[in-house]
Design a protein around this ligand. Structure first.
Ligand code: GDP
Length: 179
């Protein structure tokens, strides 16, 4: 039989944009209203993408800012990235390019398999949106990344994040075998 394909996905972005909520909604199918600030957690889940089962490690990081030095754990052996901003925080959106550039500089390559995620869309009816969908799309295009808006609270597009991420990983290594 086939060997399970292992994939490592790291979730990065500013603090409190909803990284843990996204990952926990995906893994455990519930929304956590208040969660202890994450130091770092790794979750494992088997994800079916295009009829193939991938044994995925999902690393939920503590969060980054402009002064954070990229942890080499978040660059070495990582197959794909989920970079999260909140649609209600312009600062968190601006942090995406900073984190992206830190990763590519560390890895010495010019692009990485990546999904840029605009979180907390359920909050936008209260006029708290600070980042338009078109801005998210444009940033993703510039960085050859996928893009999606989500709500961990209403479980909107949460599973899609990880489908898109596996898509980005596989399209760059279509013949990769299980390792
Ligand atoms: P992290 O620091 O990026 O891991 O952020 P958390 O997952 O801990 O979330 C920070 C805060 O935002 C918490 O109070 C969450 O309940 C809240 N939050 C996270 N995702 C959503 C969402 O999709 N909608 C709403 N309304 N709140 C969210």
């Amino acid at each position: 039989g086939d060997v399970l394909k292992k994939r490592k996905i790291a979730v990065l972005g500013s603090r409190s944009v909803g990284k843990s909520s996204l990952v926990i909604q995906f893994i455990e199918n519930h929304f956590v209203e208040s969660y202890y600030p994450t130091i770092e957690n790794t979750f494992t889940k088997s994800i079916n993408y295009n009829g193939v089962e991938y044994d995925c490690d999902i690393i939920d990081t503590a969060g980054q800012d402009e002064y954070t030095i990229l942890n080499q754990k978040h660059a070495i052996g990582i197959h794909g990235y989920v970079l999260v901003y909140s649609v209600t925080s312009r600062k968190s959106f601006e942090m995406i390019q900073i984190v992206y550039d830190k990763i590519i500089n560390f890895c010495g390559i010019n692009s990485i398999p990546c999904v840029i995620v605009g979180s907390k869309t359920d909050l936008q009816p209260s006029r708290s949106r600070q980042v338009a969908p078109d801005e998210g799309k444009e940033l993703a295009q510039l960085n050859h990344a996928a893009w999606v808006e989500t709500s961990a609270k209403t479980n909107t597009n949460v599973a899609k994040v990880f489908q898109l991420c596996l898509g980005e990983i596989e399209k760059r290594s279509p013949n990769s075998k299980a390792e």
